[in-house]
Design a protein around this ligand. Structure first.
Ligand code: PHE
Length: 352
């Protein structure tokens, strides 16, 4: 029996020399230490041995088992090391290469600028009010004092969605955020028709115009509208508010000027220019040598518009303004072509 154990040990250790990879390690373990291996059979046959033989054979079998296990352990470590050395040699792995950068998503530049504008206006007490993008002709034009054939409508050739059967009030994509003025006023009036509350809102959103797409004009763009309605609001409030806004937006030294203008829904109306921050007012390509950049349209809310909103123009006054956010971004970052905004070119978007 002891000879047999010696034989088992010898042949097992011999065959271990041929074990060269992980699967051979596993196979060897099953063949030599597994349940039906010769060694294990010796263990299970111990019960049949005589009292005198049993302790000696048992001890010897244990010794063989320990020896085989230790040999296997050592072999398996060696196999792992050679496999690793081999793969390091064969597969070129340059651990000094920098990792691949993961692309991180971000907000669209227009959204970033919208939020900048809204957060400045919020600091100045303007609450965000969102209104619909699909409007009626009545809201978009008529209640804002555009007569059906008013020449100002030509500034805003529109995308009509539906006209059949409602030729006098077709559905269209809003051409500016101003129809939100009427909706906001009517909503406020509904809360207290006798004494409508004052309003101070910022109205952001996409606007649409049926225009030739060029470097300077797109068929869609974002605007932010401002509206303040209350008792005793004057043109001085408009000037103060917009001057303050321009300074917060373009820097505390930004100079602004107000130029008389015309909008059907404001009277008087003014366009606001900010001193060109590219050339500092000396004249350059961006400001077309004028030294000034137009940033928004504004004016005192027309009495007819106040009335259409439900506010008595003998008691209430107000001012409104509207600005294009892509336009501001173009000025700010010297972007020369508005088509980049909706072109979905990551090389452009990534820069913001
Ligand atoms: N709605 C005007 C436009 O789109 C801008 C504007 C808003 C002017 C409010 C005056 C008051 O051009």
């Amino acid at each position: 029996m002891l000879d047999k154990l010696n034989e088992i040990e010898k042949s097992a250790l011999e065959s271990l020399a041929d074990v060269k990879d992980q699967s051979a390690v596993d196979a060897w373990r099953v063949a030599n230490l597994g349940r039906s291996s010769p060694l294990m059979q010796v263990f299970s046959g111990l019960g049949k041995l005589s009292k005198e033989e049993k302790p000696a054979v048992g001890a010897a079998a244990n010794k063989v088992k320990v020896a085989l296990e230790a040999a296997l352990e050592e072999r398996s470590k060696a196999v792992k090391e050679t496999m690793l050395a081999k793969s390091l040699e064969e597969e070129v792995l340059d651990v000094t290469l920098p990792g691949r950068a993961v692309n991180i998503g971000r907000l669209h530049p227009s959204t970033q600028q919208l939020r900048r504008v809204l957060s400045i206006l919020a600091e100045m007490g303007f609450q965000v009010y969102t209104s619909r993008e699909v409007e009626s002709d009545e809201m978009n034009f008529q209640l804002l004092n555009f007569a059906p054939h008013h020449p100002a409508r030509e500034m805003q050739d529109s995308f009509y969605i539906e006209a059949e059967g409602r030729e006098d009030n077709p559905i269209l994509m809003r051409t500016h955020t101003s129809p939100g003025q009427i909706r906001a006023m009517r909503e406020a009036v509904a809360t207290n028709p006798q004494n409508p509350p004052p309003i101070r809102i910022a109205l952001p959103g996409m606007c649409y115009r049926y225009e030739q797409i060029t470097a300077r004009s797109e068929i869609q763009f974002n605007q932010v509208e401002g509206l303040a309605v209350g008792e005793g609001i004057t043109f001085a409030d408009l000037k103060g508010t917009l001057t303050d806004f321009a300074r917060r937006m373009f820097g505390s030294h930004a100079r602004v000027r107000f130029r008389a203008s015309y909008f059907p829904f404001t009277e008087p109306s003014a366009e606001v220019d900010v001193e060109c921050f590219v050339c500092g007012g000396k004249g350059c390509q961006v400001c077309k040598n004028s030294g000034w950049l137009e940033i928004l349209g504004s004016g005192m809310v027309h009495p007819t518009v106040l009335e259409n909103g439900g506010y008595d123009p003998r008691r209430y006054t107000g001012f409104a303004f509207g600005m294009g956010t892509e336009r501001q971004l173009m000025l700010r970052n010297k972007i020369t072509d508005i088509r980049y905004f909706w072109g979905n070119d990551e090389r452009f978007l990534e820069q913001f």
